[in-house]
Ligand binder design. Sequence first.
Ligand code: ADP
Length: 273
Amino acid sequence: MTQTPLIRVEGVSFGYTVNQSTTIPVLKDVSFQVNPGEYLAIIGHNGSGKSTLSKHLNGILTPQSGDVWVGEYNTRDRAQRKAIRQKVGMVFQHPDNQIVGTIVEDDVAFGLENIGVPAEEMKERIDYALNAVGMEKFRKRPPHHLSGGQKQRIAIAGIIAMMPQVLVLDEATSMLDTYGRHDILTVVDSLHEKGMAIVTVTHHMTEVTKADRVIVMEKGEIVMEGTPRDVFLRQKELGELHLDVPDASKIAALINQSFPAFAPNVITKSELI
Ligand code: ADP
């Protein structure tokens, strides 16, 4: 069955301009799609262009050549910027930088006010979003008194309230401790189960094993793509990319734990050696 992709990244190249004249190439002819309801993980060495790529998914950055399409909208079309940001929500590494309200519910309301959602609907959406991230009891609290994991949950609530089709997480758990990370992953899992497509940029292999598909970036290019099982089986190549790959038995355990019901995904230790 062919699905209409939610996002199409087509031959995207991009570089940052430094000193007003020199452009340093960062993305080189990158193409992939995000399909409805899929869980996509993007991994790669520091500086390989993952964050730059994720910022292309909702038009924060636009390509120097090639195109990014969100549904029928080209991300270069400034008139569609709000519509694009509604369809593709982004959560970044530092929860503090994403919080604008003085109390939690105002923070979650911010994006909704921006797009002119009527008051009654706004209340419903805030209730739904805070409930989805398990933070309804905190709605009158000042966000700056919350833990890192709780702040990140509020940032996600602000995005969920916009009802996006795709949630992009750019190292969203990397500033959090184990508990905070677990909190966020639980929320993300439940959103995925409800049908939201997830794109996660991460270096945590436990997060990667939850994905339907993994993209490996190196020097601005996609160098590997496949299921977590396919990618992790290519241990030698991953090692050559200096990725922090867990040892064979740990990968086998992670994969088997993430896909207990799907025999084709089960990986045996002997396959990895
Ligand atoms: P990753 O997320 O894989 O670590 P990034 O997309 O953040 O990679 O960065 C890719 C390259 O682009 C790096 O060499 C980085 O130094 C450079 N870079 C990132 N942001 C900027 C910027 N705002 N200005 C100039 N160079 C940048």
